[in-house]
Design a protein around this ligand. Structure first.
Ligand SMILES: [Zn+2]
Length: 55
């Protein structure tokens, strides 16, 4: 039985939407949406703030 295809490399949870990590993250395999967005904010802090600045 092969059941590892849809596991997140970081949290080991099941993946509903599969995301491919950037090479610079040093992550093998696929990420779930939660870990992906977490990594994004880790590696690109402030990037989203500029767009989201509403007050
Ligand atoms: Zn995950």
């Amino acid at each position: 039985m092969v059941e590892t295809a849809n596991k997140c490399s970081l949290c080991n949870g099941s993946i509903d939407h599969m995301y491919q990590p950037m090479e610079s993250w040093g992550v093998k395999g696929s990420l779930c949406s939660k870990c992906y967005s977490k990594k994004i904010s880790e590696y690109y802090p402030g990037t989203h703030d500029r767009v989201n600045k509403s007050n």
